[in-house]
Design a protein around this ligand. Structure first.
Ligand SMILES: [Zn+2]
Length: 242
């Protein structure tokens, strides 16, 4: 590792932990996200579906599984976006689970430097993608681990071609996000997508982009300013996002 590492920035709106604690008020507009990256993941105001940014466009997978292009004025309570540039590629074939995909990625990242962030883009042909979204919430908001017991909606896609957008976070990020891998999926036809639980990848190509800088934008609201973050949320994060 040396100065040949390019300076690239992960932009994060709010904290995954504020989302876990039920703070679903959007603080950043889709338009602003587009100024901070062209790929990424997140969710929308009132937890109205999964956010997938792919090639500069932002999509919503709502609680009915419909994929729509997001309006620039829509607000986002949590997102991670980055301008993707390919540093390394990894051909993939016959990956039978998300765990196996994580292991393949880890083979690369553990040697490369697990203390950086990595944007991951995998285009491929999938035998299966098992994904979820969630139904929009009404105030007063409940915590995310409570919401997901009832309002999580699961989808099974068979024989689909598309892109996984992923983020790897280092272990020291467990107060701000989730260490490890987080993937969202968007099909080429823009009809299928969501937060990925499991998959079966027939053939594809993974591309990795090292991100050395973190730009964190906290919501400017008295609500956010007074959230009690003293509770250890590591298990809640794993349960909801892992
Ligand atoms: Zn997700």
């Amino acid at each position: 590792m040396n100065s040949s590492i390019n300076s690239r920035t992960l932009f994060q709106a709010a904290l995954l932990q504020s989302l876990i604690l039920g703070h679903y008020e959007g603080s950043v507009e889709v338009k602003e996200l587009k100024g901070q990256g062209d790929f990424g993941i997140g969710t929308f105001d009132s937890l109205d579906g999964e956010l997938i940014m792919c090639r500069g466009k932002v999509y919503q997978v709502n609680g009915r599984g419909e994929v729509k292009e997001a309006h620039d004025r829509w607000k986002v309570p949590f997102a991670d976006v980055f301008f993707f540039e390919t540093d390394r590629t990894l051909p993939l074939k016959d990956i039978s689970s998300l765990n196996e995909l994580r292991e393949k990625a880890d083979d690369l990242i553990q040697g490369w430097g697990p203390n950086y962030f990595y944007g991951i883009r995998i285009h491929g042909v999938f035998d299966k993608v098992y994904a979820r979204s969630e139904r929009a919430q009404q105030k007063p908001y409940r915590r995310l681990d409570e919401v997901m017991k009832k309002d999580q909606v699961e989808f099974h896609f068979d024989h689909t071609e598309g892109t996984l957008i992923g983020l790897y976070c280092p272990s020291f990020m467990d107060g701000l996000n989730m260490p490890g891998y987080h993937f969202h999926y968007l099909s080429d036809g823009r009809k299928e997508g969501g937060h990925v639980f499991d998959l079966c990848l027939k053939e594809g190509k993974a591309e990795f982009c090292l991100l050395s800088d973190l730009k964190l934008k906290l919501p400017r609201s008295s609500n956010f300013g007074r959230i009690d973050f003293t509770e250890n949320l590591v298990e809640a994060v794993k349960k909801v996002e892992g």
